[in-house]
Design a protein around this ligand. Structure first.
Ligand code: ADP
Ligand code: MG
Length: 433
């Protein structure tokens, strides 16, 4: 699915208010009855004005009338939720324009966005439930049994959780994208100017990089965490020139996020890549640093299946290094039982506890875990996406034009100011999160 921000600029404040009313109504109704939309949006023009907005929103596919519903009503589409999140970011002045989509997976869409100053960031839109819950029976049954097992609820949980982990890791000094904002099923983070390890054909010293990745797994463990999807797609390899005596003064300045690319002197090797295949060769003169991404599935070292997740992350690194770089470590392990002993050692802050304390209910976590496991199982053998089963029975009335991938779409901010004069219930629910 593509995010098309063009239609946004034609919306009036009333349209936004009605869209928000459908979102609020969605908390308790899968299909929000039209009279409820009218009463939540409380427009001055009354029911007539609300209906006018409803048809405008339905026309561009932000809300949809469900086929065969027992009563007259609408549900929010992924597009509608995308727009609400973008609207929040535009109001916060975090996003001014939406650029290219750089990634699409089963679990998310990744887009480059920019603020008014032109600084680029990454918008990650979680799409849990994009594929239907049908591949793994236990999870599917579990998710179906619970009423709220909807894509909206799960994707929002995934975004909130990913943002919470990114913040905790960033504060602790881990090399991860900088968390910038979060709204609904989306997050905004700094853009890392780097390729995934998946695309790197060779590195000067595989043993060194292997050691760093294992050390990263162990450092996470010390803080009570397991990444849970520690693979070559989720490790970005940042290159920086090895500093010489003469430029060391300049290099001491902390690098500004998103600007790393400008630091490259003309002599440094450029990575060129156009596909998923390993093409990039990193030469000796650069220093490489792994940056970890993708956190919604992170689990605590105290999780009942912690050992399995830990071993799987370690095995992932080992397998990849053997296949890609023909590197096999002479040391066995690391082993979970040893890592477990280091949790919290020397005053290491428990990040698992910090994130749990930020308010995720046990039930919500169980739902999210089931959905993420479902998505992971649906992947192909190599972490590749299994395109055969994409989009399943997730039918949305998508209203897209396909021609605008390359130009930035500017968000219209004309109705930002309106949020101040709206009723309490509207404000309470419409502000991002
Ligand atoms: P998913 O949950 O779908 O796997 P990821 O967070 O792993 O989503 O992102 C998918 C891809 O998008 C990554 O492999 C990477 O290539 C790119 N990507 C994600 N976040 C960033 C970022 N902050 N900077 C640069 N590239 C990113
Ligand atoms: Mg990923």
């Amino acid at each position: 699915m593509k995010l098309d921000s063009k239609a946004m600029r034609h919306f009036t404040a009333e349209d936004w208010r009605v869209l928000t009313a459908v979102e609020i109504g969605s908390k308790n109704h899968e299909v929000v009855p039209t009279p409820l939309i009218e009463s939540i949006s409380k427009l001055r023009g009354g029911a007539g004005r609300v209906r006018h907005s409803i048809s405008a929103l339905a026309k561009v596919g932000l809300i949809a009338r469900l086929k065969g519903a027992r009563y007259d009503g609408y549900r929010l589409t992924y597009g509608g939720l995308d727009y609400l999140a973008l609207h929040t970011y535009a109001s916060q002045k975090v996003v001014y324009s939406v650029g290219n989509q750089i990634g699409v997976g089963k679990e998310s869409d990744i887009l480059v966005v920019a603020n008014e100053a032109g600084t680029q960031h990454i918008l990650k839109i979680h799409r849990l439930g994009r594929i239907s819950f049908r591949t793994v029976k236990a999870n599917r049954d579990y998710l179906r049994r619970r009423q709220g097992g909807s894509w909206m609820y799960l994707s929002r949980l995934a975004a909130e959780r990913e943002y919470a982990f990114m913040r905790a890791l960033s504060e602790e000094g881990f090399l991860v994208p900088e968390p910038i904002s979060q709204s609904r099923h989306t997050i905004i983070m700094s853009l890392i100017d780097a390729f995934p390890l998946r695309q790197i054909a060779s590195v000067p010293d595989p043993a060194l990089l292997y050691g760093e990745l294992i050390a990263l797994i162990l450092r996470l463990a010390k803080h009570g965490l397991i990444h849970g999807d520690f693979n070559e797609f989720n490790i970005l390899i940042k290159e920086e020139p090895i500093q010489s005596e003469s430029d060391s003064e300049e290099q001491k300045q902390p690098s500004k996020k998103g600007k790393e690319v400008e630091k490259q002197p003309p002599t440094s090797p450029q990575l060129t890549t156009s596909s998923d295949d390993p093409e990039a060769t990193i030469e000796n003169k650069v220093q490489i640093t792994p940056v970890l991404i993708d956190f919604p599935q992170m689990v605590s070292m105290d999780h009942v299946n912690a050992e399995m997740y830990f071993d799987r992350d370690v095995a992932c690194v080992k397998t990849f290094f053997e296949r890609r770089f023909q590197f096999v470590s002479t040391q066995p392990g690391p082993f979970f039982r040893d890592a477990k002993k280091t949790v919290g050692r020397n005053g290491a802050r428990r990040l698992d506890a910090a994130v749990e304390a930020s308010g995720f209910s046990k039930k919500a976590l169980k739902d999210l875990e089931a959905a993420i496991r479902e998505q992971q199982e649906a992947r192909g053998p190599d972490g590749e996406l299994d395109s055969a089963s994409d989009d399943g029975d997730y039918d949305e009335d998508e209203d897209e034009d396909e021609d605008d991938d390359d130009d930035d779409d500017h968000l219209d901010e004309q109705d930002d100011g309106d949020e101040g004069d709206q009723g309490a219930s509207y404000n309470e629910h419409s502000e991002g999160n």
